[in-house]
Write a protein that binds this ligand. Structure first.
Ligand SMILES: NC(=O)C1=CN([C@@H]2O[C@H](COP(=O)(O)OP(=O)(O)OC[C@H]3O[C@@H](n4cnc5c(N)ncnc54)[C@H](O)[C@@H]3O)[C@@H](O)[C@H]2O)[C@H](O)CC1
Ligand SMILES: [K+]
Length: 477
């Protein structure tokens, strides 16, 4: 089962892997044609009704694989209104090859004749709202026919995710959907075929540019705040995490740090708002105040960067996680506290392989993907999202698991885990924890790749800060 949003991400990932959409459209159209052949008699009359998007594109491709039926093809609009190049190119090919291809500019001029089979390629996952003209009239005309109706991907007018149907939705006898079942088809009273259209499994397993689609919507909303609880023996880590959160779209980033290092952390970046508390490391007596602040402002918390591993600090981290009910990224010295904490909050843990083992996860020497199932089981038992960091990161929520191949060897430099934690927190505002946990290491790694030519093994974690926005938004498709 796959949602429309995830399908669009997988499409884009397939394109990035070298399988372009036009190739997918060719496979989709071929699958539709094969389904028509299974239903048709040698003399069957076939009519193809194509919309102006890629659903229509699939249907136009199908016409080319149904030559011997001499199909009539009806494009619901002028050529210029076809909304994608790949669909328009398929329309042009039919016209130049002298298929019986007709444009329908006025819904009253739609003349479907008396076909035995009609292919409904008007609307797929791009449908929005009630059917507009000429689709509405065309849908009625299709339903009025005494023909077998085969719909492309979904019956036109049906919402692929919810199954809700527009008033004039097409009543299909058969549906050929692509790559994976769509939730909206579950209760449909029609024969549904799922066609493999050659999307590599890698497009779902490996995080790719398609996974950034959901993060681009309105990251900045005016109220996305990140609250870094870090610093103590170290000062750079909380500053890197806080700045990375801003670079990933947070509106404000606060850093709570011991008074001994707060001025130094503030000195790194005027963009941070640093609040100090007494002492030189996090202690349990600071927890209630910090939790109250985080709750008052509905912050996404980053707990851990540079905290140090004093026993009192670990106790404080555990108490914080037990009391804090919001979303949190837990990194570095706070990680050992997570397995002991019983919370309904959504935590994203970002252990490296050593920290993973220390948390009770698998002790992995080689590539983490060799222990993918064990890491997934660990996350399931932990009840949180785990980003196991290495040359290839494993991101899992115990059910869904992805691999992130982005990055460079230079990222072993200190601080890249801090920027990662900050990017996750910055993205939390726009998508669920797992999606943010997948997108962030991809962005962090791609940012390093952008800098590799000029920085080589001299990359600094702070160099990533400037490259993160270009990576998140610069690759906008
Ligand atoms: N991996 C895959 O699943 C592939 C799927 N393919 C096909 O692509 C469509 C989705 O195509 P898209 O262009 O995004 O949208 P549609 O063609 O469904 O519709 C957009 C088109 O329709 C117009 N429109 C939208 N709502 C309405 C309405 N209520 N009334 C009238 N017209 C409407 C809109 O203006 C656009 O022009 C998917 O379903 C698959 O069939 C790819 O071809 C291959 C890979
Ligand atoms: K359709």
């Amino acid at each position: 089962m796959i949602s429309s949003e995830r399908m669009a991400a997988v499409d884009e990932n397939a394109e990035a892997l070298g399988v372009p959409r036009k190739q997918l459209m060719e496979s989709s159209g071929n699958a539709v044609a094969r389904a028509v052949r299974r239903l048709a008699e040698p003399e069957s009359a076939v009519a193809i009704v194509a919309g102006r998007g890629n659903n229509g594109g699939d249907a136009l491709v199908a016409a080319r694989f149904l030559d011997d039926y001499d199909p009539t093809v009806h494009l619901l609009g002028r050529r210029e209104t076809v909304s994608t190049d790949i669909a328009r190119e398929n329309w042009d090919a039919l016209v130049v090859a002298e298929y019986d291809a007709r444009t329908v500019t006025d819904s009253k001029s739609l003349e479907l004749g008396d076909p035995d089979i009609v292919v409904d390629g008007m609307l797929g996952t791009g449908v929005t709202g009630e059917l507009r003209e000429p689709e509405a009239t065309a849908a009625d005309a299709i339903d009025a026919l005494d023909a077998t109706v085969l719909s492309v991907d979904v019956p036109s007018g049906l919402d692929a995710d919810t199954g809700e149907t527009a008033d004039a939705a097409v009543s299909a006898d058969h549906v050929v959907t692509f790559h994976d079942r769509k939730p909206g088809l579950s209760d449909l009273d029609a024969d549904v075929t799922v066609a493999d259209i050659g999307i590599p499994a890698a497009a779902e397993l490996f995080v790719g540019p398609g996974d950034l689609r959901s993060v681009r919507r309105g990251v900045r909303g005016g109220d996305s705040r990140v609250f870094v609880v870090g610093g103590g023996p170290y000062t750079g880590a909380p500053a890197l995490a806080g700045q990375a959160a801003l670079r990933a779209g947070a509106d404000l980033t606060f850093v709570a740090a011991p008074e001994t290092v707060a001025p130094q952390i503030q000195g790194y970046a005027e963009d941070l708002i640093v609040q100090d508390y007494p002492g030189d490391h996090l202690t349990p007596d600071q927890v209630d105040g910090l939790v109250q602040t985080a709750h008052d402002y509905d912050d996404v918390v980053v707990l851990g960067p540079g905290l140090g591993d004093d026993d009192e600090t670990l106790t404080a981290a555990r108490r914080f996680l037990e009391a804090f009910e919001g979303d949190a990224v837990v990194d570095a010295d706070a990680l050992p506290a997570v397995p002991e904490v019983d919370t309904d909050a959504t935590l994203v843990c970002t252990p490296n392989r050593r920290e993973l083992a220390k948390m009770g996860g698998p002790d992995v020497d080689g590539p983490l993907r060799d222990a993918l199932d064990d890491i997934e089981s660990f996350a399931a038992d932990l009840g949180h999202v785990v980003v196991a960091k290495a040359a290839e990161d494993i991101v899992t929520d115990g059910e869904r698991t992805r691999i992130v191949r982005a990055g460079t060897p230079a990222m072993t430099v200190g601080g890249t885990g801090d920027t990662l934690a900050g990017v996750i927190a910055g993205l939390f505002g726009t998508q669920d924890a797992f999606d943010a946990a997948c997108a962030a290491p991809f962005v962090n790694g791609r940012a390093a790749e952008r800098l590799d030519a000029e920085r080589g093994d001299g990359l600094l974690a702070s160099d990533l800060l400037d490259a993160i926005p270009r990576t998140l938004w610069g690759e906008r498709s």
